[in-house]
Write a protein that binds this ligand. Sequence first.
Ligand code: URA
Length: 212
Amino acid sequence: MRVLVADHPLITHKLTYLRDKRTDSPTFRRLAEELVTLLAYEATRDVRVEPFEIETPIAPTTGIKLSNPKPLIVPILRAGLGMLEGMVRLLPSAEVGFLGMQRNEETLEAITYANRLPDDLAGRQCYVVDPMLATGGTLAMTIRYLADRGADDITAVTLLATPEGIAHLEDELADLDIPITIVTGAMDERLNDKGYIVPGLGDAGDRLYGLV
Ligand code: URA
């Protein structure tokens, strides 16, 4: 598993405002979207492409275009929705499949409550988006789900991650023989005893969409 921590002053600047508890929901949503676009640039470095013949007004030349099947973007509901727009802006021809996961606040285990994904993902490159890689439980379940259905290259894009979450993913997914990449805006210090990232930004779903 490859882990890329985006090291760019613009990303850290936007993350600082995102973390600030005084930042309201509309600003939080805009910043999350902007951050995803920056992270997606790094996350799509190995997106599959093929040669494409064109003619400029001056001469024929060979460029590239995205290969088929097109990449699949998988936002994990609910907070992952806040990252979808930024991701499709960079990959407008990608398909989108949804996975609803919620964690049990006592056991911190993830359960699936919604699934709108194709059954057959053979040969698909998948981009999972979820702002918080905390315990890593949700992401581990999602990555295994996609790999079991044939996805053969999976990248997760998160705003924040923890060393504990990364260790959990490495442990849980050690048997998967496909490229797995985690791209994150920052590696935070740790998880607290309630499973929140420290210093983190609080509950990403609540900060994006309010309390439900
Ligand atoms: N999910 C969140 O929204 N925030 C955290 O800090 C951890 C998990």
